[in-house]
Design a protein around this ligand. Structure first.
Ligand code: B16
Ligand code: MG
Length: 217
């Protein structure tokens, strides 16, 4: 029995990946570090600190410099997201959230971002959500299941009754590790481990998802 959907934010409901890219790129250029759009793809769903470690590779920096770089990148990112509005919702996202609410099911956010609350408010989504778990909620980032387990606890539901909708391989792994049902958005080489895979939420309705997930039982 499916009673709730837990949505990742970046790459599922809105495309902040572009802003993360521009903020990391600015920091990398200032530090003389190589960083491409391809490199940015590997940072999907990865926490801010783990993302910086992937960019730094085997270069070693003192902790204060690492903290300063994380703060600088976040400052750039906050500047970019100031312009976010409901127009930045990805196609199909709001319709699906409304269908879930109308059907009496629950919705939550499970985002690695410490800025998720601000993005949710700018998108105008807060009233459609029953719970928000974000980069402040747990210690262990995806692919650990902690973030989604935190969301399920807030919803008061067991993981097996919640569907995680994710665009990142790390997010699908986190959901599977926690015993959640899974929907992956994007190419199969990225989210193919999910039970149900779609290119995006465009044209995806609640009935289609419930039917596809029921077939997989
Ligand atoms: P912040 P999600 C993730 O969001 C992003 O995909 C990832 O690129 C970012 O590094 C991470 O949030 C942390 O974000 O720096 O804002 O705390 O996909 O889990 O919604
Ligand atoms: Mg994501």
């Amino acid at each position: 029995m499916i009673k709730a959907f837990i949505f990742d934010l970046d790459g599922v409901l809105t495309d902040t990946a572009e802003y993360h890219y521009r903020a990391w790129k600015r920091l990398a250029d200032e530090e003389g570090l190589p960083f491409t759009r391809g490199d940015n793809e590997r940072l999907r769903g990865i926490s801010r600190r783990d993302s910086l470690m992937l960019i730094l590779k085997d270069r070693v920096y003192p902790e204060e410099e690492i903290q300063a770089m994380l703060a600088r990148k976040n400052g750039y990112y906050l500047e970019f997201i100031k312009g976010i509005s409901p127009r930045d919702l990805l196609p199909g996202a709001k319709e699906l959230l409304e269908e879930i609410r109308a059907a009496g099911l629950k919705s939550a956010i499970g985002s690695a971002s410490q800025n998720a609350g601000e993005v949710i408010d700018r998108l105008g989504l807060r009233l459609l959500l029953n719970a928000i778990s974000d980069g402040h909620s747990v210690e262990q980032p995806k692919p650990a299941p902690d973030l989604f387990l935190h969301a399920a606890t807030q919803l008061g539901l067991p993981p097996a009754e919640c569907v995680v909708v994710e665009d990142a391989a790390a997010g699908i792994e986190a959901a599977k590790a926690g015993g959640f049902r899974t929907v992956g958005l994007g190419p199969r080489q990225r989210v193919g481990r999910a039970e149900v895979v779609a290119p995006s939420l465009t044209g995806v309705h609640l009935g289609d998802l419930l039917a596809a997930l029921t077939c997989r039982l």
